[in-house]
Write a protein that binds this ligand. Structure first.
Ligand SMILES: Nc1nc2c(ncn2[C@@H]2O[C@H](COP(=O)(O)OP(=O)(O)O)[C@@H](O)[C@H]2O)c(=O)[nH]1
Ligand SMILES: [Mg+2]
Length: 259
């Protein structure tokens, strides 16, 4: 039994391996309404439990004065590269820690460790998102009292991470210019849940068929309040505005302020 949140660790792990795809796993030829309502009940229970744990995480982060962001995107949009540059550029200003989520490997954790920032890798196995329980245990490895900002890189996936609150103050969605400008309309839940969108890889704009204005208009259509920063984590272009937002969010004591 886990002492922090009262879970039975093995049972919980088993749950995580499936919960992202709970919708698939009970289908048989005689699937019927009873099974469907059971599935809905299971999914509701999973989300309700996650929400309870996320609320606990958020309370802890607030108590400790840690500003927490959950970075979400499809694989390869540049989340880790954005983190690497942010950590190096703001090293003197804030004390950071990072949680890395991937199905397999600690490649991203190694990249973050090279910046000198404490990092914890979570491998989700077959799971397609991080959840509040995983984060609750991952932060046990950090000295939260000494931290200013915790950055969580979620598993690359524009669908499931939208449903799982981790206890963050904000979701930050990263979209790169190689992915097509209509992604906000195709995956509206994610763009609706995010407070900030980083439109990354703008150094590639001259080489790709991507209309940045149209993309921003689509993002605002699903979320009129979303803040959009156009950046290149390769060249550093536009990153100052992102840093300014980070610093102001942190300085305002975890609020969203006037942005
Ligand atoms: N041209 C360009 N490439 C980038 C940029 N940001 C990331 N990349 C590249 O995109 C690929 C995926 O980046 P990564 O940070 O691993 O993406 P993640 O899967 O979202 O963490 C790598 O080859 C990066 O070098 C950028 O701003 N411009
Ligand atoms: Mg990554």
């Amino acid at each position: 039994m886990c002492t922090t949140c009262g879970c039975a660790a093995d049972e919980q792990y088993h749950h995580h391996q499936h919960d992202g795809h709970a919708h698939d796993r009970h289908h048989t030829h005689d699937d019927h309404a009873g099974d469907a309502s059971k599935k809905i009940q299971v999914e509701e229970d999973i989300l309700a439990r996650n929400n309870r744990l996320a609320a606990g995480n958020r309370q802890l982060f607030t108590q400790k004065g840690v500003f927490v962001l959950n970075l979400v995107s499809s694989p390869g949009s540049g989340k880790t590269t954005i983190l690497e540059r942010t950590l190096r550029d703001l090293a003197g200003r804030f004390k950071f820690a990072v949680i890395e989520g991937d199905q397999q490997t600690d490649n991203d954790a190694q990249r973050i460790a090279a910046t000198g920032v404490p990092v914890k890798q979570i491998n989700t196995g077959a799971g397609c998102h991080l959840d509040a329980h995983m984060v609750c245990h991952a932060v046990e490895e950090f000295d939260l009292d000494s931290l200013d900002i915790l950055l969580i890189e979620n598993v690359g996936n524009l669908v499931c991470p939208a449903s799982f609150d981790l206890g963050e103050q904000h979701k930050v969605v990263v979209l790169s210019v190689t992915e097509g400008e209509d992604k906000p309309l195709k995956y509206p839940q994610m763009f609706r849940k995010a407070d900030v969108m980083l439109l990354n890889k703008i150094d590639l704009l001259p080489y790709v068929d991507f209309d940045a204005e149209r993309c921003k208009e689509m993002a605002r259509r699903v979320n009129p309040d979303i803040l959009i920063f156009e950046v290149s984590s390769r060249t550093g272009e536009g990153m100052e505005m992102w840093y300014e937002w980070l610093a102001q969010g942190r300085d305002r004591g975890l609020g969203t302020g006037d942005w």
